[in-house]
Design a protein around this ligand. Structure first.
Ligand SMILES: [Zn+2]
Length: 258
């Protein structure tokens, strides 16, 4: 992976958005590889394939590239809300790539991969419908809230211009790929519990630690009157996914650092 961008590709375009797109997509075409299999390249999807920019010719994984000159904030703007939910339920949404580039040094500074199974009902936020004077009045988009994606789901490919090895990226991808077996609705809870555990910033934790967040879950799931059993069930799910080990007597251990 070479972090240099070819800015001269932008010369034929006037709008800054188009310029950024042509430069970063060309970079991705030359440098991206598949994290889900051992393919060393990805292909561009035919134009106008909704929501997906690249795909792996080997395993058919698809990727969506979002590029920005500045750091991505807590929320990333995505496409239509209902279409997003539909594709997540159908397990057909792409993996997300967040690329930050720097024009002055014409380099990619940061590239993060969020596997699609880390995007759940919790991390998708519905935006307000577009106002009546807008061209697409009433259209409802969505955000992806990155704070609700556990660190396990933010795989670094490039950080401060430093490139991670393909082996490391695929290893991290593989450790959590069992999550993709969960249904969209089951994944929301499991990822909420995992995000909360990661937020404690310690590898070993107790059931009491997790219960201390009971109120947070109550507010998030007001219809659920069995929060504690649900939390215990999710710990079992995370154990079955190979992410948490049970040590006995209410003690647990995260299997990997994220
Ligand atoms: Zn692949």
């Amino acid at each position: 992976m070479n972090i240099a961008l070819n800015l001269s590709l932008a010369d034929n375009y006037k709008s800054p958005a188009q310029q950024a797109r042509v430069v970063t997509e060309s970079w991705a075409q030359d440098n991206l590889y598949c994290a889900a299999c051992d393919s060393i390249r990805v292909e561009r999807t035919p134009n106008n394939t909704e929501g997906s920019d690249f795909y792996c010719g080997s395993c058919r994984s698809s990727y969506q590239l979002k590029a920005s000159k500045s750091d991505f904030g807590a929320r990333v703007v995505d496409g239509a809300y209902e279409a997003m939910l539909r594709s997540l339920r159908a397990k057909s949404s792409p993996h997300l790539l967040l690329l930050r580039y720097d024009v002055n040094s014409s380099c990619v500074r940061r590239l993060i991969l969020i596997p699609r199974h880390f995007i759940s009902s919790s991390s998708i936020e519905r935006r307000k419908p577009l106002a009546s004077h807008a061209r697409r009045a009433g259209w409802i988009g969505c955000y992806i809230n990155l704070e609700r994606v556990p660190d396990d789901g933010k795989i670094t490919l490039i950080d401060s211009g430093k490139v991670a090895t393909r082996r490391l990226v695929r290893e991290r991808f593989g450790k959590t790929s069992d999550l993709s077996r969960l249904s969209f609705s089951a994944r929301g809870w499991a990822l909420d519990v995992l995000t909360m555990i990661r937020g404690m910033r310690k590898m070993r934790f107790s059931l009491a630690d997790v219960y201390s967040y009971e109120q947070v879950f109550k507010e998030k799931y007001p219809g659920n009157r069995h929060i504690r059993p649900k939390i215990r069930q999710q710990l079992q799910v995370l154990r079955d996914m190979g992410l948490v080990d049970f040590l006995g007597t209410g003690q647990y251990h995260l299997r990997y650092s994220a």
